[in-house]
Design a protein around this ligand. Structure first.
Ligand code: SF4
Length: 272
């Protein structure tokens, strides 16, 4: 990196807190904006996204970022993104409120012909790497974009004045950001909408379809058959049946024989 150190302003804070009052050169809807810019380069050159030195006629606002994963992880076979990287695109940087506020501050200080807004990402896990994303705005565009902050902060002021959280429309996109919203346990949000937001709208319908399938495919249960035997010990309240009456004693003639078919003693006299 060939940045001229003498033209690099580091840790430039703007906005000051004087007890109860805050004073800043940058305002949005009358609210002072406080920030600390990592670096502003007033050099004639900047490094592009490929590390090449390029000429610039203005200033570059640099914000250093550290993250565990800078770029998207893409499956080599399917081409599907399996892990989303944290690096923003140049267009996203040029429209982020943080960088617009920094750029507006740089514009007021240096009155440049262009304001370059840059993120430099450092990957803190293996494989270690760094990536730069940068975008240039003219002062007129910067002023125009920062003017939209008035409308945003105006809405924030109205929201902050609401008496009940239920009067504020829920921003469900924020529920899972930065490790999850710390107010999620007390938030009166719609549980279905939150689930949809966390896992994607399709997942809800998939879940519901799976449930319906599970109900359909579950084996039909046969009604349980209870032991109705009155003699069963499982029915202790049922009186035991009376044993069948004992057959009256049969008197056999002397010489009666057993029947070959039923083994009963036959009353027929033994054949002579
Ligand atoms: S949990 Fe509630 S308060 Fe938190 S981001 Fe989600 S909707 Fe907003």
């Amino acid at each position: 990196m060939h940045l001229d150190g003498s033209k690099l302003n580091l840790e430039l804070a703007f906005g000051q807190n004087f007890g109860a009052s805050v004073v800043s050169p940058v305002y949005a809807a009358g609210v002072p904006v406080i920030g600390r810019i990592d670096a502003i380069s007033t050099s004639d050159f900047y490094l592009d996204e490929h590390g090449e030195e390029r000429y610039m006629d203005g200033v570059e606002v640099i914000d250093w970022k550290t993250t565990g994963q800078v770029l998207d992880v893409v499956d080599e076979v399917t081409g599907v993104v399996t892990w989303k990287g944290r690096a923003k695109t140049a267009a996203q940087i040029a429209s982020s409120w943080q960088m617009l506020a920094y750029g507006e501050e740089a514009r007021r200080i240096y009155d440049p012909k262009e304001v370059r807004l840059s993120h430099v990402y450092f990957q803190t896990k293996r494989p270690y790497s760094s990536v730069k994303r940068t975008s240039s705005l003219s002062p007129a565009v910067l002023v125009d974009r920062w003017a939209a902050a008035d409308e945003l902060v105006g809405r924030m002021l109205v929201t902050a004045g609401e008496a009940s959280v239920k009067s504020v429309p829920a921003n469900l996109r924020a529920c899972k950001e930065f490790g999850g919203c710390p107010y999620r346990d007390s938030c009166p949000r719609d549980a279905r909408a939150v689930f949809s937001n966390l896992f994607g709208g399709d997942r809800v319908s998939i879940l519901e379809r799976r449930r319906a399938q599970a109900v359909q495919n579950s084996p039909v249960r046969k009604p349980r058959r209870y032991n109705t035997c009155p003699a069963s010990r499982r029915n202790p309240g049922v009186p035991l049946p009376r044993p069948p009456a004992a057959p009256s004693p049969t008197r056999y003639r002397r010489g009666a024989v057993r029947c070959r078919a039923c083994s009963a003693r036959c009353r027929r006299p033994r054949p002579s």
